[in-house]
Design a protein around this ligand. Sequence first.
Ligand code: F6R
Length: 327
Amino acid sequence: DYPRWPSLARESILNVPMDLRSIKLSIDGKVIDYSEEIDSVVITGMGGSGVVGDIINDLCWFWDCRVPIIVSKNMRLPKRLSRPLVIAISYSGNTAETIMSANEALSRGYPVIGVTTGGKLSTVLTNKGAPVVLIPKASAPRYGLPALLYPTLIILERFGVASVINELESGISGIEDALKRVDDAINLAKQLVNSVPVVWVTESRRGVGIRFKNDLNENAKYYSVVSVVPEGAHNDIAAVTTKQGGLKHVAIMGPNDYEGMYEEVLIDVLSSFGAKPIIVKLEGKTPLETEMYGVTYLGMVTLALAELLGVEPVSTEPIDRLKNLLS
Ligand code: F6R
């Protein structure tokens, strides 16, 4: 799927309905008017779909996002919401938590937009008149990331939350640059064999760190932890002094933002306690380019690791079993 990511990104945005802001629904006597001003965006979804929220949250550390983005990975919505737009993302459309959140949003009178390949989420929303962006398929939810992310960015543009249009192509360049780094990805994967990777990221790259951890879990069937600094520099880092076997520290560093400061101090402290961190520099001229480079490159690392370990990367049986029990 990875070589298809640039075209997946481009194709998926064609399916965002033009008339999103003119939709008006009446559900249980409540009118839901999509043209009204919103004061927050809730992005709800799980796993490979939910990470879209984390990525957009990262981007809003750089972009001028007009309202707060609330990332919800739960079957409920926070109580405190006033006038949110709810974007319910589920690749399969059959994830119980996301369907429950979307239903709760509609029953509370909030505008909801689904992003999915179909499934029950599409049926539930369409039956109530709520819009659904139908996206192209991939081999598994996580391999369809650009098809989940790009329409969501367009939705944010349509609701005046962020100006994304001029950056979309740079994100695709980020994917293409990463795709050229196969040898580097294999080298990094080799260094991770027989380890529990500790992924260090800064707050504004949290999504890249979470995605890397999730891909390690799902592609390589590997445990991993994410430490987000500055906070992780006030707790996780204390554990570097232990002789706990198998930990391998990976520090992911973005360009031109305040990570520069953390780059030096974090590496310095980890190294002075004998950790020998592996440094991964993210490349890109725009926030989206950097983010897409990071998620693509690190995803390739996890596929290379799966291959080195002789692990089948696509299937995730324990996830499937749990989802079947929930549905
Ligand atoms: C599997 C994967 C999972 C799913 C998650 C939610 O590839 O990435 O993390 O994304 O179980 O399922 P969907 O995305 O279908 O809502």
